[in-house]
Design a protein around this ligand. Structure first.
Ligand SMILES: [Mn+2]
Length: 351
């Protein structure tokens, strides 16, 4: 349980309360995953509401009050809320719209105001604890290992899908729960599509391969991309590869506490623009319980980097109908700079 974070949430409350429903937020606060329920946090109380399916497991795993809501969850929550003198409930920003609206209707009939929360939970989650960083590091280590194992599977005639399935199997063998997103293995021209979908294409000689992979380990994600070459790369490819490698290193060198996030994305876009290329996606994103979470490394973000944020740096150049190159590292912001969690070489790998 994240006692510090819960204390911070409680310190801002009086007759109001937070009601968390999203699994990632509950995982973050309580350290439990794969259960369904709602977490009520008031100034002095923490109550987890769940149903018969998860009740026993929740009782075993949690040291806080667990309530089996039997029947209507909201009615049960309302009873507790009334008893505690709460008149205002904050819901999560990313709660599905339809759920937020119907909950709001319900609480209105009970004279309780039901409002969207501010950014407190996101602000807490954006800075990782040492134990969270350890889990992300473990996730990245598995990611490195499946990449290395994949290299041995790359041969004429193999398909994108076959390589993707190989990666997914290796994740399970190495103790991961699965991939942290739909893994991307692309051959040839398809590498020009930043988020192309792996298909039944056979690998032929002299082909670039884009590999964007991530592991889910104990709920925590990792993310890394390498673009490698099968056969002999021509000068065009090598030139583009070197530009991407160079701009990726320049962006990494800006990563340190106090750096303005927008400056990093702007720098990447400026360097690429000077060479005549436009980067159509942002430079990176935060990684944690979710594969894409705050901070988002783009020109619209007014925030600054802080120690123990975990982010990706992933510039690319995509040449329509020709090929694309992306290089992505997962890094943790340290006291004086950054530590790379994805340790695969960034010199062009030729297989
Ligand atoms: Mn990414």
């Amino acid at each position: 349980m994240k006692t510090n974070s819960i204390n911070k949430i409680q310190s801002g409350l009086s007759n109001d309360a937070y009601l968390f429903t999203r699994k990632t937020n509950i995982h973050y606060l309580l350290g439990i995953s794969n259960l369904e329920g709602s977490l009520l946090i008031t100034k002095n109380d923490i109550i987890y509401f769940t149903d018969f399916r998860y009740f026993e497991e929740a009782c075993n795993k949690l040291t806080i009050e667990v309530v089996d809501f039997v029947g209507k969850k909201l009615e049960c929550i309302n009873k507790h809320v009334k008893k505690l003198g709460i008149n205002k409930i904050y819901f999560e920003k990313d709660l599905p719209y339809i759920q937020a609206i119907s909950n709001q209707k319900f609480f209105k009939t009970k004279s309780i105001s039901y409002e969207m929360a501010g950014s407190l939970i996101e602000e807490l989650r954006i800075i990782k604890t040492e134990s969270e960083i350890d889990l992300i590091r473990s996730s990245a280590l598995i990611n490195d290992e499946i990449f290395n194992r994949l290299l041995k599977e790359i041969k004429i005639g193999v398909t994108e899908i076959e390589l993707k399935i190989f990666l997914e199997n290796q994740i399970r063998k190495l103790g991961g729960e699965g991939s942290s997103f739909d893994l991307i293995v692309l051959f040839g021209k398809k590498t020009s599509m930043p988020h192309g979908v792996s298909g039944d294409f056979y690998l032929t000689a002299n082909t670039p391969i884009l590999i964007d992979i991530g592991v889910n380990y104990k709920g925590y994600a990792s993310d890394m991309t390498r673009t490698i070459f099968f056969g002999s790369p021509d000068e065009d490819f090598i030139e583009i590869y070197e530009i991407v490698k160079d701009v990726q290193r320049k962006a990494l060198n800006m990563v340190k506490p106090g750096a303005r996030i927008k400056d990093i994305d702007q720098k990447v876009k400026d360097v690429l623009a000077l060479k005549g290329y436009i980067l159509g996606h942002s430079t990176g994103h935060g990684v944690g319980l979710e594969i894409h979470e705050a901070p988002f490394i783009n020109v619209n973000n007014d925030g600054i980097l802080e120690e123990n944020m975990v982010i990706t740096i992933e510039p690319g150049i995509y040449l329509f109908n020709k090929f694309g190159v992306r290089i992505e590292d997962l890094v943790v912001v340290t006291k004086n700079g950054y530590e790379i969690l994805s340790n695969i070489d960034k010199e062009l790998i030729i297989v």
